[in-house]
Design a protein around this ligand. Structure first.
Ligand code: PHE
Length: 344
């Protein structure tokens, strides 16, 4: 036992003074100590000469030694991989440190957060849902049964594994999921990524981001819808922005309206963003169709509601004058850096 102790002590000293400067230091260390004929194996053999009553103590000693050897080997390996810092042996502390580049918030996040904060001041709470949806939540419950022509407007990515699954085409599916679980009053906004099978260009992409809103309660009227959206636009774009509603059609709302604001890019003079009309469409809206309420066992005689949906990219384009949709997903730091320090 005494000999074993001495042996281990000696090896520990050797290890401490092991020449780590050679390029193959890690490998020669491994062979010397951890190899099949290495020192660790050798010492383990000594166990058989240790009297029974000392075996436990000797075992612990040996294990401690083995751990120490393994640790040293790890350090040597990292050293030879060029990761010098891990050894703690770096000496030139006068070298300049590595630059830490501070990232910026993505413009779409800036705008999304701003939208959320505006609506939260009106009592809307955040709701989120899955990006892979089933037909019921994305379409059928939203009064768009199979073969409904309005499905055509949202060219959909289906999932091969299960024909009932798809990538959600709007976040109305989140409204569906909330109405399924919660009874009125409901006042939610649902931001998130949505997918449509469109050819990528400056004006379209196969995915984009939406914020939809839903308010269901007793006595909710179209006047409430208008006031809510007026408030939103003024908070987002300032008090001088002109607003107009145009009648429209969505299966899930009746009546429906699209809301335009005057083009902030050309101020009505005409440009390709507003297609030379002076107006830009920013959202779709309407009073929730009674069929939708019924689908979730909400009594349409007692409750009414309004809903709206907008593309975050479009709001961002108008707010920050971004002229190409592809910029949002190209991760070009020259674009992203322009939003450094923007407080939304
Ligand atoms: N879901 C619609 C779309 O994605 C937007 C919308 C939401 C319109 C709510 C009206 C009411 O096109």
């Amino acid at each position: 036992m005494q000999e074993l102790l001495q042996l281990i002590d000696q090896h520990k000293k050797d290890i401490e003074s092991f020449d780590t400067s050679k390029s193959n230091a890690a490998e020669s260390f491994r062979i010397k100590y951890l190899g099949t004929k290495g020192i660790v194996k050798n010492i383990m053999q000594e166990m058989k000469n240790v009297p029974n009553e000392k075996k436990k103590e000797a075992g612990q000693l040996l294990n401690g030694f083995k751990l120490m050897v393994e640790e040293k080997y790890e350090i040597l390996k990292q050293l030879s991989a060029g990761n010098q810092q891990s050894s703690g042996e770096i000496s030139d502390f006068t070298l300049p440190g590595d630059d830490i580049t501070i990232g910026t918030r993505h413009p779409l996040s800036l705008v999304r957060n701003r939208i959320i904060s505006i609506f939260s001041r009106l009592g809307f709470v955040l709701a989120e849902g899955p990006e892979i949806e089933d037909d019921w939540h994305n379409f059928t419950s939203m009064n768009m049964p199979e073969n409904h022509p309005a499905r055509d407007m949202q060219d959909t990515f289906y999932i091969q594994k299960n024909p009932d699954w798809l990538l959600r085409t709007h976040t109305s599916s989140v409204q569906a999921r909330v109405m399924e679980k919660q009874k009125p009053p409901i006042r939610i906004i649902c931001p998130g990524r949505v997918y449509r099978n469109e050819t990528v260009s400056a004006r379209a992409h196969c995915f984009f981001h939406q914020v939809e809103g839903l308010y269901v309660d007793e006595n909710v009227s179209f006047a409430d819808l208008k006031q809510t959206l007026y408030f939103f636009v003024k908070e987002m774009f300032g008090n001088d922005v002109k607003i107009r509603f145009r009648p429209s059609y969505f299966p899930f709302t009746e009546p429906s309206a699209e809301m335009d604001i005057d083009c902030l890019i050309c101020h009505g003079k005409g440009c390709n963003v507003c297609k030379h009309t002076g107006w830009v469409e920013i959202l779709g809206s309407g009073m929730v169709n009674p069929n939708v309420l019924q689908n979730f066992n909400i009594d349409p005689e007692k409750y009414t509601g309004f809903a709206f949906g907008m593309g975050i990219e479009r709001i961002c384009q108008l707010r920050y004058r971004v002229n190409d949709l592809r910029l949002y997903s190209q991760d070009d730091v020259r674009f992203l850096k322009q939003f450094a320090g923007v407080i939304n």
